[in-house]
Design a protein around this ligand. Structure first.
Ligand code: S6P
Ligand code: ZN
Length: 181
């Protein structure tokens, strides 16, 4: 029998765990400052996601479990962040929880209304259905965040690629600033 995956000290390990890595070049068009974006080594890792998917993607009633490791950093004044997505099955919800580091979880409704919640070790976040979600690392250490989502949720990156989120999180004089688009 395969060894069961293990979740310990913000790391998910085991042979059934899949790792997805996103470098800065995978995030073209995501950040506002294009000149600053082009100065960063295209191979720089922005985040990785370790996932345990015990059932096939699309399985109704199944669940997936993942940990996102989002590096600290900025493109110009804008903090490193995930691409962000709606779920392909729009009504599918998700739980996030903060494990290490500090940041913001950005939510956006289908109508474009955006809001944030602070992510820190122990924080728990419910992402309702029909709501796009993106993590932003506002600290100077890796932001580790757990997630549990339905196996049939899928990812819709298209609408975000086209129109983005309606807020951006930038470094200001006295901490992170929310900038409305
Ligand atoms: C999956 C869940 C997370 C994200 C991860 C990376 O539904 O929300 O595991 O996939 O944080 O973000 P993104 O937007 O690149 O998929
Ligand atoms: Zn999701």
């Amino acid at each position: 029998m395969n060894q069961l995956p293990e979740f310990k000290a913000s790391k998910l390990s085991g042979e059934a765990v899949e790792t997805m890595i996103r470098t800065i070049s995978d995030l073209a068009g995501v950040f506002e400052d294009d000149a600053a974006f082009r100065q960063i080594d295209p191979g720089s890792v922005v985040y990785s996601v370790d996932s345990y998917m015990p059932v096939a993607p699309g399985t109704e009633g199944g669940l997936f479990f993942g940990i996102t490791h989002l590096m600290p950093g900025q493109v110009g004044r804008e903090f490193f962040m995930t691409k962000g997505h709606f779920h392909e099955k729009r009504d599918r919800a998700e739980f996030y929880w903060g494990i290490a580091g500090s940041g913001l979880l950005v939510f956006m409704s289908a109508a474009g209304k955006a809001w944030t919640e602070e992510v820190r070790p122990g924080s728990l976040h419910y992402v309702p259905g029909d709501t796009a979600h993106r993590l932003v690392n506002t600290g100077d250490a890796v932001l580790d965040v757990g997630a549990c989502w339905p196996a049939d949720a899928g990812h819709d990156y298209g609408s975000i690629t086209e129109s983005g989120f309606s807020i951006r999180v930038m470094a200001g004089e006295s901490g992170p600033e929310i900038v409305h688009q």
